[in-house]
Design a protein around this ligand. Structure first.
Ligand code: FAD
Length: 560
């Protein structure tokens, strides 16, 4: 870790790109920003942003100095100090979510102030400044995540499935947090005592030093962090996108950038299945590959830059017998919209084992990201499945695991996996392929410690002392919540465009003289894109393509 130069006070940085993280704006750039907002004086001690404020203003220092601090209890940690020509903010500046920090003037001076909307207009209209600001915001967030400095503390245990779930939720939402492990940190008891929490109640999330949530659900975490607060849920939207995987994010980026009023609903975190991919190597434009999470984070930011709003909430019902359509959430709240893009993807298939749920997150995982790889470094692991996602996971885990056993039901990989991955698996000395083999039993107490697998050809069963299994065996569509609103195929995927037969349209009561557009379902103005659509190609690029294409037809529907 390189520390900041002597001239800069605050947290140490992991990156040497200090001039990109804290760029100094030129007088011409400052003048252009000033044209969007107002110039005002500040006095020493004046708090310009308080921790927890939403839709906070953006400040550029003309003269004087602003310090950014993280308050906790009676203490403050200095995050950074902005001098003249520098500006405040990180990724929350675009989303309008709560500020992690307090911003305070330390000297008399002058600043430019832009409110949240003026700030969005600036990044949407000034390409040069958009580049500088967006890059700085992203790099600052990366530094906060690396330093574990945000507005929350997670107290948990490495051996606890719920701790892993919360860590993944925070990581995939790009939210920085400090982590204290019950097993390793001697001072944890003092902290638990101060919030009157017993060790048996972990994992515990402490929000802004005040609220202690015991084993919170994803929705409770989202509420506590104010993820949904900056979104107006009362007016009728042009478009609601349900699901923030690659297809939903693409629809959000294209919709918002083309002037539509877009709201995205996502159950857990942006990225969908792609977000759990350790490395996507076949997506156009990334010759050295990109992690699913990085791709998702960039797309999410891009959607926000163009003004799309995001709610962390699960859609549980589409009310389709009236217009505008109404979408109901898990907590009973409702939102109205003229058009809908369903981008809810598919859900992982599970192993048919009686005690599986006991080990989910405690030895059985459905994604192979950096978080899981850290848990099993130097150990033997199993990857189940013969598709591309299983292949990627095996290759990724082979970098840190002692051995990766790849179990596939078929006789080999050729039919189900891309050639480049098969070659890597064949060339990896750490990966052992076991064809025609299935897991038949799991054993363990709080954590998985053994797996039994059976060879279908010989009928032989073997026991292996292995504590980590990655299940990558395909997925079923997330369409159960649609309640008969539209035609589905025999496997539950949504039928669209030319796949809708006259009898499908008849049964659905298609009311228009025109046939459904490409990607339109049997419900006018409701589109389905990506993995949830019948006949879709299960790839990131096709999902992104479909999400983007749907927008051009939504413009037509909105004009009808
Ligand atoms: C581990 C792994 C690796 C992969 N690697 C590659 C690769 O290298 N290259 C490639 O091209 N493809 C890859 N794929 C496939 C690719 O990720 C998918 O085809 C793609 O993610 C599909 O995108 P989607 O937006 O249609 O759906 P998804 O990615 O499945 O996203 C759907 C989203 O909808 C949300 N959702 C579901 N129900 C609701 C609801 N009721 N309310 C609100 N939100 C909801 C989910 O939480 C999810 O975030 C991989 C898949 C996996 C699992």
């Amino acid at each position: 870790m390189t520390t900041m130069s002597n001239t800069r006070r605050g947290l140490p940085l992991t990156s040497s790109r200090i001039e990109k993280i804290f760029p100094k704006l030129t007088p011409a750039q400052i003048d252009r920003i000033a044209a969007h907002g107002r110039i005002r004086s500040v006095q020493p001690g004046e708090v310009l942003i308080e921790q927890g404020d939403t839709s906070v203003p953006f400040f550029v220092v003309i003269t004087g100095e602003l310090e950014i601090v993280r308050p906790f209890d009676a203490y403050e940690t200095l995050v950074t100090v902005h001098g003249s020509g520098e500006f405040t903010g990180e990724v929350n500046m675009l989303s309008g979510r709560r500020s992690f920090f307090r911003a305070r003037a330390t000297k008399p001076g002058k600043v430019i102030e832009l409110d949240h909307q003026q700030m969005l207009t600036l990044v949407q209209t000034d390409a040069e400044l958009s580049d500088i600001l967006m890059r700085a915001f992203i790099l600052r967030r990366v530094e906060l995540i690396a330093a574990g400095v945000g507005d929350i503390i997670l107290i948990g245990s490495t051996y606890c499935a719920s701790t892993l779930r919360i860590k993944e939720f925070l990581m995939r939402n790009g939210h920085p947090y400090s982590y204290i492990d019950l097993e390793c940190d001697p001072d944890v008891q003092n902290l638990l005592d101060s919030f009157k929490i017993s060790a048996s109640e972990i994992p515990v999330l402490i929000c802004r030093g005040q609220l202690a949530l015991r084993n919170p659900s994803n929705q409770q975490i989202a509420d506590c962090l104010g993820f949904n607060e900056s979104v107006d849920q009362t007016h009728v939207r042009d478009l609601v996108v349900i699901g923030a995987g690659p297809s939903g994010l693409a629809a959000a980026v294209y919709g918002a950038s083309e002037g539509l009023d877009v709201l995205v609903l996502e159950t857990s975190s942006p990225g969908g299945q792609a977000g759990s991919s350790s490395k996507i190597e076949n997506y156009l434009g990334f010759p050295t590959g990109i992690t699913g999470q990085e791709l998702a984070a960039r797309a999410y930011l891009q959607a926000q830059k163009f003004g799309a709003h995001m709610l962390i909430a699960k859609a549980t019902r589409l009310i389709c017998d009236r217009k505008p359509y109404v979408i109901e959430f898990e907590n009973g709240a409702r939102i109205s919209t003229r058009t809908v893009v369903i981008a809810t993807g598919a859900q992982y298939r599970k192993l048919p084992l009686e005690n599986l749920s006991r080990f989910e997150g405690a030895g059985v995982y459905y994604g192979a990201t950096f978080v899981e790889a850290q848990l099993c470094g130097g150990e033997e692991v199993i990857v189940v499945g013969g598709g591309n996602s299983a292949g990627q996971a095996a290759v990724f885990l082979a970098q840190t695991a002692k051995r990766v056993y790849m179990l596939v039901r078929s006789a080999g990989l050729a039919a189900s996996m891309s050639r480049y991955l098969i070659r890597r698996i064949e060339n990896s000395p750490t990966i052992t392929l076991r064809p025609q083999t299935e897991i038949v039993a799991l054993e363990g107490d709080n954590h998985l410690n053994s797996a039994y697998w059976r060879n279908g050809r010989t009928g032989q069963t073997e026991k292996h002392e292995i504590s980590h299994i990655f299940v990558m065996t395909g997925a079923d569509p997330n369409t159960h919540w649609l309640n008969g609103c539209m035609a589905l195929d025999s496997k539950g995927f949504i039928k669209t465009g030319p796949d809708l037969l006259p009898e499908d349209l008849g049964a659905a009561g298609w009311p228009l003289t025109r046939p459904p557009y490409l990607l339109e379902t049997s419900l006018p103005g409701v589109f389905a894109v990506g993995d949830v659509r019948g006949g879709s190609i299960k790839r990131v690029a096709s999902a992104v393509g479909e999400g983007s294409i749907a927008i051009s037809f939504i413009h037509k529907v909105l004009q009808e």
